[in-house]
Design a protein around this ligand. Sequence first.
Ligand code: FES
Length: 264
Amino acid sequence: MAEITARSVARDAGHPGPTLLERFRRNQPWWLLPISVVAVLGGFGLYALVSVFIFRPGEIGPYLSPFWSPKIGDNGKLFGPFPGAAFILLSPLAFRGTCYYYRKAYYRSFFWDPPACALGELRHRKYRGESKLPMALNNLHRFTLYVAVVILGFLWYDALTAFNNPATGKWGFGLGSAILVVNVVLLSGYTFSCHSLRHLAGGGLDCYSTARLGTLRNRAWRGLTVLNGRHPMWAWVSLFSVLLADVYIRMLQAGWFADPHIGF
Ligand code: FES
């Protein structure tokens, strides 16, 4: 007699059953995910602070690090010791910090609130949700989205102008320009898969056919819904691409190697 498993039951019921990733996760101890999130998010936060406050401005040739875009202040300095990038950093920090997906990730991993499904709360304080400060600040997410869209515009500008070398005025294609383009595409995926944006497009409507610009909003909502289904994926890949773009520019600045390019 064939063995009865969760997968065979799901298959008989016409459901594809758990994916490879889901089965992998199920077989791991519950603490692996929270610890990984703490390591990755904590490591990224530390790197961002070092890159902005300790390293020099992340710019070389036609390439500008996403941490330093848009360029503000004189030679990276704005107020005394504070580089312009420190102020720019506030925008992605607020956007990601109040993101619905990241909230789940860091509530579980940093605050153990609770640390995983089917586990009780490890802290037994009175639960206040997001009705009191500082967690109430998470309700500002939709406003941080507006700022993030503006910053995204600057990043697209940087990625496209990275094909033009300011020293020679010539156009070309380098590994750095490819990295910046991939980065801004992934950041666009993250920004446009935002739950708040999807709600803005059509989430608050009861009936598209009677709403102003209803057809257009319905199309936008459908498109954003496709992106939104993979919001956690966009969140992580865009985080890594920002890191990669900055590290690559730092390596060029340090003279470790020359940017492989054609046409410049
Ligand atoms: S919900 Fe994650 S960016 Fe808006």
